[in-house]
Design a protein around this ligand. Structure first.
Ligand SMILES: Cc1ncc(COP(=O)(O)O)c(C=O)c1O
Length: 384
């Protein structure tokens, strides 16, 4: 589905919080707007969590963490009475070893969502905008709007990929660029060379702008041109990479994420992070999870199989399915996703919400193969 750039820019505005959004915010108050949007999302999630619902709405790993992680967390409970300093150092060292960096290059967070918020807090303002794609994962832009910082949104291209040239242009004078790779919700990815070229271009035209590369779905990428941006972050104080334990590691409920960057980059954001905000059990579990290569490989395989089934189901039914380098797919169902989501829930399936301006593109998270087979049967009658 193509996105009308003109329609989009009319409603959002290339250089600010948006001509439509602004009067709303001023009229009702930023807090009310923020509370309303998070209440809506919470209601959706509570509906998905009801008994018997197939939960393919939030890009979670349906299988959860492995046995080794469970044992590590269980063992750490013996230390639950102590503050987690030692466990923090152990996890930072384990992450550093995994990526070939030093502990000083690792900043822990309560889910990577915390990092998305604190980067906005530390690096953006009314004068120093946040640059995002549209649609993309919304934590950064929502928080920026709440804080009163400017947001420049750049529509994804016709293939639902981040449109890097206009994003680079929009970055001039910006405080922060949120570069989600692979992008949620569109599941598209940019290769190593494209990310490096983007960083170089922004570095030349806007040397004070920080680029946050969110690699939440890193382990699900199959595109051979892709590589992590960690090497870029290790040589450029204006690049930060974020990762999460919530996806392939199956620990979304445990809440742990981290950033990789040079100390001068991390020093700008670490004062905003809650001290010891990651609990003892999460720290112990994450340290084991990141080295459990057998579990990671098993999860990647299960995701590939269930995703292939899901793609085939929708394509055989005549729907266009986008490229996916993640644990979710975008399908153009040619009808309004908001209405479809409500109908799907009545049939026991929680699917992704609507991501304007892609109003007919449905985001389907990949559950187990059996869940995807049952979901396909349940959704068939309402797809026609
Ligand atoms: C792209 C992206 N980044 C970050 C997050 C936040 O993850 P968490 O706070 O669980 O680490 C999500 C969650 O879905 C996501 O899709």
């Amino acid at each position: 589905m193509s996105v009308s750039r003109r329609a989009f820019l009319t409603s959002i505005g290339a250089g600010g919080a948006g001509v439509l959004a602004l009067p709303l915010i001023q009229g009702r108050g930023r807090e009310a707007l923020y509370a309303q949007s998070s209440t809506g999302r919470r209601a959706d999630r509570m509906a998905a969590a009801a008994n018997g619902i197939i939960r393919i709405d939030s890009n979670e790993n349906p299988n959860g963490a492995g046995e080794k992680v469970f044992q590590a967390m269980h063992g750490a409970f013996a230390e639950a009475n102590r503050y987690p300093f030692k466990f923090e150092e152990d996890l930072r060292a384990a992450i550093a070893k995994l990526h070939g960096v030093k502990s000083e290059n690792v900043l822990l967070s309560c889910g990577s969502g915390e990092l998305l918020r604190v980067t906005v807090q530390a690096l953006t303002s009314k004068e120093r905008a946040l640059v995002v794609a549209s649609p993309t994962f919304e934590t950064s832009a929502n928080f920026a709007k709440f804080l009163g910082a400017s947001v420049r949104s750049v529509p994804v291209d016709a293939k639902l990929r981040l449109d890097l040239q206009p994003m680079a242009e929009a970055s001039k004078g910006a405080g922060l660029v949120y570069f989600c790779n692979p992008n949620n919700p569109t599941a598209t990815v940019h290769g190593k060379a494209a990310v490096a070229a983007f960083v170089e271009q922004v570095g030349k035209t806007s040397p004070q702008t920080t680029i946050l590369v969110d690699e939440a779905y890193h382990e699900y990428v199959d595109d051979p041109s892709y590589a992590t941006a960690i090497p870029l972050a290790m040589q450029n104080p204006h690049v930060i990479v974020t990762r999460t334990m919530s996806k392939v590691f199956g620990m979304a409920g445990v809440r742990c994420g981290y950033a990789i960057g040079l100390p001068e980059a991390l020093d700008k954001i670490s004062p905003w992070i809650l001290d010891s905000g990651v609990n003892q059990l999460a720290l112990a579990g994450a340290a084991v999870a990141i080295t459990d290569t057998a579990h990671i490989a098993a999860e990647q395989k299960k995701n590939r199989e269930a995703k292939a089934f899901t793609r085939k189901f929708f394509e055989s039914a005549g729907f266009a399915v986008g490229i996916s380098d993640a644990n979710f797919l975008m399908v153009d169902i040619r009808k309004d996703v908001k209405l479809f989501k409500a109908e799907a829930l009545k049939r026991g399936v929680a699917v992704g919400r609507q991501f304007p301006p892609l109003n007919t593109q449905l985001r389907i998270s990949i559950g187990t193969l059996s869940e995807m087979q049952r979901a396909a049967e349940a959704l068939k009658p309402i797809l026609v």
